[in-house]
Design a protein. Structure first.
Length: 277
C-alpha cells in the first residue's frame, strides 16, 4: 500500500534507538550482575555513545525515537532528560527490559515506568517497543486502555498498519521493524562468557540499508530502525549511519519520529485522537 507521506516524500524513515544500557546484561544471567566489565559495555551507551549520537542528530537537524528502559532513566537521568529536552521522543521499553505475564502485572509495570519517565521529561511515552519482542494476547487491549497510539514490534509487514482486536480495527498503529535494519545483525557479541563475535563493517551494513531503502521507497513503504547506542554509537558505525542519512535525504525519505509517523497514519485513517501525555 502507498501511504501519502508529507511533502510527497517517497518513504518514511524512523531512526529509533533502544537504550537498554546495563539492563541488557543484568537481565541475561546472574553472573553479569557481578561482572563489572560486562556491565561496562552497557555503560558505554550512556557515557560515550549517546552524546556522540545526539551530536550527530543535532548537526543533521533530525529528531529520533529513543526506547529506553526506566531503570536506565533512573540511574542515568541526566542523559534521558537531555534527550527529551532536545526534542527527541522517549518510547516505552519496560523497566528492567522485562515483560509481565498478566494484564494487571503489566499495567502496574507501565504505571511505574510512566511515572519515572514523566518525572524526567514532563510526559509519558505513547509508543511501545516490547523488550525482546515479547507480546501476550492481552497487550493490545492494555495498550488501547492506556491510550497508546503505536507499537513497534511486529515483523510481518513492510509498512504501517492498524492493529486489530477480534477482527476489529483499533486506533493503534503498528510500525513494523525487521532484523535487516537492526544493528545487532551486523555488530553483535554474546552477552556472557564464552564470547563470540559476529561483525560486519559499517560500510557493509549501510550498503544493505541503502538497497533496502531503495526497494521500499519504490513501494512507498517505511523503514523503522532498531539501533543500540553501544553498537551504532561507536565512531566507525556512526560515521556509516551519517552516510546513510545523507543518502536517505537525497532519495526522498521523510525522516521522522515513530510518534510523528503514527499520528500521520491515524489522521489518514480518519482518526482524530487527542493524545494524553
Amino acid at each position: 500500500m502507498h501511504w501519502n507521506w508529507p511533502d510527497k516524500k517517497r518513504i518514511a524513515l524512523c531512526l529509533s534507538f533502544d537504550i537498554d544500557a546495563e539492563t541488557l546484561w543484568l537481565t541475561r544471567n546472574d553472573i553479569n550482575a557481578r561482572h563489572l566489565v560486562h556491565l561496562s559495555r552497557g555503560l558505554y551507551a550512556t557515557k560515550q555513545a549517546l552524546p556522540r549520537i545526539l551530536n550527530m542528530l543535532d548537526e543533521e537537524q533530525l529528531k529520533a525515537t529513543f526506547f529506553t528502559t526506566a531503570y536506565t532513566a533512573e540511574i542515568h537521568p541526566e542523559i534521558i532528560k537531555y534527550i527529551a529536552d532536545q526534542g527527541h521522543e522517549i518510547g516505552y521499553h519496560g523497566y528492567m527490559h522485562e515483560v509481565k505475564d498478566t494484564y494487571d502485572e503489566e499495567n502496574a509495570l507501565m504505571d511505574k515506568v510512566d511515572n519515572i519517565i514523566r518525572s524526567l521529561t514532563g510526559k509519558r511515552s505513547v509508543g511501545v517497543r516490547m523488550p525482546d519482542g515479547i507480546i501476550h494476547d492481552f497487550h493490545k487491549q492494555l495498550w488501547l486502555d492506556r491510550g497508546i497510539i503505536y507499537s513497534s514490534n511486529w515483523r510481518n509487514n513492510d509498512g504501517p498498519f492498524l492493529l486489530e482486536i477480534d477482527g476489529k480495527e483499533i486506533p493503534i498503529v503498528e510500525l513494523p521493524k525487521d532484523g535487516i535494519v537492526d544493528d545487532t545483525s551486523y555488530n553483535m557479541y554474546t552477552l556472557q562468557h564464552p564470547e563470540h563475535y559476529y561483525l560486519r563493517s559499517g560500510r557493509e551494513m549501510v550498503q544493505i540499508w541503502k538497497d533496502e531503502l531503495d526497494g521500499l521507497a519504490d513501494e512507498g513503504r517505511m523503514l523503522n530502525f532498531v539501533m543500540h547506542p553501544q553498537f551504532i554509537g561507536r565512531p566507525g558505525y556512526l560515521r556509516a549511519l551519517r552516510d546513510f542519512i545523507h543518502y536517505a535525504k537525497e532519495n526522498g525519505a521523510w525522516i521522522a519520529t515513530d510518534e510523528q509517523v503514527a499520528k500521520h497514519i491515524l489522521a489518514q485513517c480518519g482518526y482524530n485522537i487527542e493524545v494524553k501525555y
